[in-house]
Design a protein around this ligand. Structure first.
Ligand code: ADP
Length: 556
């Protein structure tokens, strides 16, 4: 003992078992030396009993070699005995003290590591939640929850500029707050808001009185007071480039570490990109809604105007017909010429109006279709009978090449006649005198239909057998770059003949919509100054579609 006091160790001698327990638990000694040589102590039983209390102490046994066994070695960190010189005893104690210190440091480091790991997990969790949402309000809440999880704050004040109507101050607090304290926090937030913009260039004026507050209090039974402002605090803007989404301030009753600061700034920074995406997503959604509305209004407008034009046009046409019969008096030759011209133009105008009406009906899903099993031969015959006179007038040869015994198709014959009439009248329009126009029909499997690469998407969904009708001309042709454009609404490919020929530019888009409704396809191939080949495919009737059906088909 002299040895200990001479070397300035604090020490206590415990001869009594109860005193030993109390000493260990209260004083938490660095080293416990059991004098194994003292009598009346069953050391092994005692050591086992106090072992749990000794976790933070080094255990040294004072014993002689004769009693040392495996059990004892398990309990002891070192052994000394009376034969050892003082220096050796002191060296053993010193070594154990150093070892204990190292162990304590290690456990501290471990604790720090566990803290960092927990924080990393919280960060990872938060960024995964950010990635999964495009809702700005949710993103702000995830940010606050992420900060709470990794830093466990006493209070946060988040200014969110992301709500639809007005800015909001979100207060997430452990305890409730008086109105005065809330006012002080509002003022503070307004100052923070202003600090985020240079030269007082705020996007809008923000004042404390009108700032809406939403509180989330964890333990409402207690209240914070102004001491809160003595807490440690951190502030971060939530902004990406020039876009400001808000800012966040956090208070805690214990000082923040540098790691806390990094974590806080990281989360406040991480949320900005998803907030930007959410803003863009919202803008796109709103623009889409506006576009849909405009499209609806446009369709309604076209439909109303076309109807309104049709009635007076019918009356003009009837009047012209009566005048041309001569029932209202003799009309001289030039009068007749002008009346004829007027009639042709009225017919052209009513054709355009009918096209407009058709398109608006198809686009609104209001077009009526009367599907039944028909033979393509009927359709071709009808078109030939109505249009061959036009071809003849222009000195064109209209040839028909039909494969024999073609199976029936399930279609609306009137709509197919409309499609084929349009294709043939285009061919007549764009083919110079003396040339050929050939209408062909044949049976083809979808796998054997080959098209220009531009139209690959058109036929991608075809499956099974189809009747393919093609209208081939030797006219002006279409440049490869304009092939797809021909099917756009109001498209008229720039060349002198097409300008001269006139037209609504709606025939092909209508044909495409009608074929979509038949689950068919339309495409073309063409070469400038050599001619064009417009083709369409209609599925062969299946056994199921034998009975006649009438229904409206929604356009795609
Ligand atoms: P339009 O009433 O103007 O003929 P379409 O939609 O039927 O409207 O055709 C669109 C455009 O495609 C035409 O204006 C023309 O430029 C081009 N086109 C269509 N068919 C042919 C063809 N057989 N030969 C050359 N160009 C054609």
């Amino acid at each position: 003992m002299q040895l200990f006091s001479a070397n300035k160790f604090e020490f206590a001698v415990c001869a009594d078992e109860t005193y030993l327990y109390d000493s260990i638990s209260v004083r938490k000694p660095d080293i416990i030396i059991f004098d194994f040589l003292s009598e009346n102590i069953n050391f092994k039983t005692l050591a086992k009993k106090i072992k749990p209390l000794c976790e933070n102490s080094s255990v040294i046994l004072n014993t002689d070699n004769s009693v040392i066994d495996k059990e004892l070695l398990k309990i002891a960190n070192a052994i000394i005995n009376d034969n050892m010189c003082d220096e050796l005893v002191l060296a053993t104690i010193d070594m154990n003290l150093r070892m204990k210190k190292s162990l304590e440091q290690l456990s501290e480091t471990n604790k720090d590591l566990a803290g960092s790991l927990y924080r990393l997990n919280a960060l990872y969790d938060t960024s995964s939640r950010f990635a999964g949402t495009l809702d700005k309000k949710k993103l702000i809440n995830y940010m606050i929850e992420g900060i709470d999880k990794s830093l466990s704050f006493s209070l946060t004040c988040t200014l969110s500029l992301c709500s639809e109507d007005k800015p909001v101050l979100l207060i997430n607090s452990l305890y409730d707050l008086s109105d005065e304290l809330i006012n002080a926090l509002k003022l503070r937030t307004v100052l923070h808001y202003k600090s985020m913009f240079e030269d007082n260039k705020y996007p809008f004026a923000l004042d404390a009185e009108s700032l809406r507050v939403i509180k989330h209090i964890k333990y409402p039974a207690n209240k914070f007071n102004f001491n809160l402002f003595q807490y440690d605090n951190m502030f971060a803007p939530v902004k990406l480039g020039d876009t400001v989404f808000g800012c966040i301030e956090i208070f805690k009753d214990v000082p923040f570490s540098t790691e806390d600061a990094t974590c806080f700034q990281t989360i406040a920074q991480q949320v900005t990109l998803p907030l930007k995406s959410a803003t863009l997503y919202q803008e796109i959604k709103e623009t889409n809604l506006k576009l849909e509305k405009l499209e609806r209004l446009k369709s309604e407008f076209i439909s109303i105007v076309s109807h309104e034009l049709r009635t007076p046009l019918t009356s003009i046409k009837n009047s012209l017909d009566i005048l041309l019969t001569g029932k209202c008096g003799e009309i001289n030759e030039s009068g007749n010429k002008f009346l004829d011209m007027a009639k042709r133009n009225v017919q052209r105008l009513s054709g355009i109006i009918n096209d407009l009406l058709d398109l608006s009906k198809i686009e609104a899903g209001k077009m009526d279709f009367h599907f039944k099993n028909i033979n393509i031969h009927q359709v071709i015959e009808y078109v030939k009978s109505t249009i061959s006179i036009l071809a003849k007038e222009k000195g064109l040869n209209l040839n028909i090449v039909e494969a024999e015994d073609l199976p029936e198709i399930y279609a609306d014959s009137q709509r197919l006649e409309q499609v084929l009439t349009n294709l043939v009248s285009n061919a007549i329009k764009f083919t110079p005198e003396g040339k050929n126009i050939t209408i062909t029909s044949e049976l083809k499997n979808a796998d054997d239909i080959s098209v220009h690469p531009y139209f690959q998407d058109e036929i991608a969904n075809l499956n099974g057998d189809y009747i393919v009708v093609s209208v081939k001309d030797e006219g002006i042709g279409i440049a490869e770059t304009d092939l797809l454009r021909a099917f756009d609404k109001f498209a008229q490919i720039e060349n002198s003949l097409s300008r001269k020929a006139g037209g609504s530019g709606l025939g092909l888009p209508i044909a495409k919509q009608l074929l979509d409704a038949h689950k068919g396809a339309i495409w073309c191939d063409s070469q400038l100054e050599k001619g064009s080949n417009f083709c369409f495919a209609i599925p062969v009737a299946s056994q199921k579609s034998v009975k006649t059906e009438e229904f409206s088909v929604l356009s795609r």
